[in-house]
Design a protein around this ligand. Structure first.
Ligand code: NAD
Length: 312
C-alpha cells in the first residue's frame, strides 16, 4: 500500500469515534493524533495501538504536533466545544471559530498541501473559517455538512418502510442544523420516487415531514439522553476520508463552497457533491422547486448572518 497519512486534530468523542472507525475499516498506514490535551492524545494513541493485532492492516498510530501535517494527505478537524443540552449548533460559533483559526494557522505553518476535512460545529461556518484562514482552494476544504443528517434520514426511512438504508437514495441538504431540509422530489427508494410510494400508501408530504422533524431533532434527543453524539459522525468522517483517499468519485452531502451555484454566493452549505482524490470535483446542481429553493436561501442567509458576526 502506498503511504497514506491522516492527522486528526481533536481527540474527543467525535475524533476518537472517527479514529476507531477508520482503524477498523483500514486503508491508512499512519494516523497521528493531536489535541491541546497532549496526554489525552498520547493515551488515545496507545489504547488504539493495542488493537493492531486484530486490525485489517498495519497502521502506525501516534500522538504528535503540527509538524506532522507537512506530509499528511488529509487533516481532520474535530477540535472544539460541543453542544450542551438545549444549545443549538450556531451557539458554538465564537469559541469554535477562534479554535479553528488557530488550528488552521498551525496546520498551514507546517507546509501542508493536502485536504482538510472539518466536523467541528457549526460545521458549515467552521469549514468557511478554515478555508479562508488556510487559503487552500475551496475544493480542498470540506465539511461533513449534512452527511450525518442524510444517514439519519436513510435510517429512519428504512425503519418506516422496512428497507435497508443502503438502498434508500434520500438526502438532507442546507445548514447542518435546524434549517436543513429534504428535497423530497429527489428522494428514491430503489428506483421509485418516495412521493409516489407515499401516495400509494395514502400518506402525504406532511407525513414525510414528520420523519424530517425526527431527523432534525435527533441530535437534541441524543444529547439529552447521553450528553453527546459521535458514532454516526465518526462513520460519516470515515466515509468521507476514505472517499478522498480511494479517489472514489462518490456523491456525498458535504459542506461545500457555493459561489454562484444555486444562486448563492460565498457560503459553505450541505449540498451533494462528487468526492475524488483532489477533494470536491463538482457540485450536483439540483433543479429545486420554488419552496425548496426558499429553504436553501433561508439556510444560506442564516449562515451568512452568523459569519458576519465573527471576524473571519
Ligand atoms: P469533545 O469535547 O469530546 O472533544 C473536543 C476535543 O477538542 C477535546 O479533546 C479538546 O481537548 C480538543 N480541543 C479543544 N480545543 C483545542 C485546540 N485549540 N487544539 C486542539 N484540540 C483542542 O467534543 P466532541 O463531542 O468530540 O465534539 C467535537 C465537535 O464535533 C463539536 O463542535 C461538536 O459539536 C461537533 N460535532 C459535529 C457533528 C457533525 O455532524 N459535524 C456531529 C457531532 C458533533
Amino acid at each position: 500500500m502506498i503511504k497514506r497519512k491522516v492527522v486528526l486534530v481533536g481527540t474527543g468523542f467525535v475524533g476518537m469515534s472517527f479514529a476507531y472507525s477508520l482503524f477498523n475499516q483500514g486503508g491508512v498506514n499512519e494516523l497521528v493524533l493531536i489535541d491541546v490535551l497532549k496526554e489525552k492524545a498520547e493515551g488515545e494513541a496507545l489504547d488504539l495501538s493495542h488493537g493492531l493485532a486484530y486490525s485489517p492492516n498495519n497502521m502506525e498510530v501516534r500522538y504528535g504536533d503540527y509538524n506532522e501535517c507537512k506530509d499528511a494527505d488529509i487533516v481532520v478537524i474535530t477540535a472544539g466545544i460541543a453542544q450542551k443540552p438545549g444549545q443549538t449548533r450556531l451557539e458554538l460559533v465564537e469559541t469554535n471559530s477562534k479554535i479553528a483559526k488557530n488550528i488552521t494557522k498551525n496546520i498551514m505553518k507546517s507546509g501542508f498541501c493536502g485536504i482538510i476535512v472539518v466536523a467541528t460545529n457549526p460545521v458549515d461556518i467552521i469549514t468557511y473559517v478554515v478555508q479562508k484562514t488556510s487559503k487552500l482552494d475551496p475544493s480542498r476544504v470540506i465539511g461533513t455538512g449534512t452527511m450525518l443528517d442524510t444517514a439519519r434520514l436513510r435510517y429512519m426511512l428504512g425503519e418506516e418502510l422496512d428497507v435497508n438504508p443502503v438502498d434508500i437514495d434520500a438526502i438532507v441538504i442546507g445548514e447542518h442544523g435546524d434549517s436543513s431540509f429534504v428535497p423530497w422530489e429527489y428522494c428514491n427508494i430503489g428506483c421509485k420516487n418516495i412521493l409516489d410510494i407515499a401516495k400509494q400508501k395514502n400518506k402525504t408530504i406532511g407525513d414525510l415531514e414528520v420523519i424530517r422533524d425526527e431527523v432534525k431533532n435527533a441530535a437534541y434527543e441524543i444529547i439529552e439522553k447521553k450528553k453527546a453524539t459521535y458514532y454516526g459522525v465518526g462513520m460519516a468522517l470515515t466515509k468521507l476520508v476514505k472517499a478522498i483517499l480511494d479517489d472514489e468519485k462518490t456523491i456525498l452531502t458535504v459542506s461545500t463552497y457555493l459561489n454562484g451555484k444555486y444562486n448563492e454566493e460565498d457560503v459553505y452549505v450541505g449540498i451533494p457533491a462528487i468526492i475524488t482524490g483532489s477533494g470536491v470535483r463538482e457540485l450536483l446542481e439540483l433543479d429545486l422547486n420554488e419552496e425548496d429553493q426558499k429553504k436553501l436561501d433561508n439556510s444560506c442567509n442564516l449562515l451568512k448572518e452568523t459569519i458576519e458576526k465573527i471576524a473571519v
